[in-house]
Design a protein around this ligand. Structure first.
Ligand code: FAD
Length: 145
């Protein structure tokens, strides 16, 4: 059965050219590892925080999240949702990155700002829906380009 996990965390990276390189590094390790164990999902990054959805077999999602929580590139990892789902939403994404477009950054900045970075103001459903919508928009934009 497919499980979905949603969390967000405080980004410990500073803005600058090195950050873009570090994000690339995170994405390439994520894509290689996730593809091996059947995990899919999407990652969002902005100046303040990361948000991520992981989907896949329960054990693979749990082991991936264990590793992610140990990573010093972020902190205050807040788990918002974890449980079985009927259908995966990110089937074709070993780890989609939705921080790339201007509209994605603006929308996520709005949500993060509203919450004051307080996890109790976020719901897993809301974060999941936002990442899913942004992922679809970015996919459509890439196909149209
Ligand atoms: P390695 O080959 O050991 O490392 C890959 C690269 O990352 C190397 O350049 C290494 O120097 C660097 N690196 C590894 N760990 C750290 C660390 N703790 N601090 C600084 N640099 C480090 N991993 C996944 O497998 N799937 C995911 O979906 C995923 N999502 C992530 C989301 C976020 C927000 C962050 C911060 C990390 C995420 N990671 C993810 C990375 C994860 O935390 C581990 O770094 C990674 O899984 C280690 O895999 P590896 O042993 O194959 O990589």
């Amino acid at each position: 059965m497919i499980h979905r996990l949603v969390y967000y965390s405080r980004n410990r990276l500073t803005d600058g050219p090195l950050t873009a390189w570090i994000i690339k590094d995170i994405l390439s390790a994520s894509r290689a590892n996730n593809a091996r164990v059947g995990v899919t999902g999407a990652l969002m990054f902005n100046a303040g925080c990361f948000a991520q959805v992981l989907e896949g077999p329960q054990q693979a999602v749990e082991e991936t999240f264990e590793r992610i929580q140990q990573d010093e590139r972020h902190g205050d990892v807040s788990l918002l949702d974890f449980g079985p789902v009927g259908e995966p939403a990110f089937e074709t994404w070993s780890m989609g990155y939705v921080g790339g477009s201007e509209s994605g950054r603006t929308r996520f900045a709005g949500i993060a700002g509203e919450s004051g970075f307080n996890p109790s103001n976020f719901t897993g459903d809301r974060l999941f829906e936002t990442l899913h919508r942004l992922a679809l928009e970015e996919e459509e934009a890439a196909l149209a380009a």
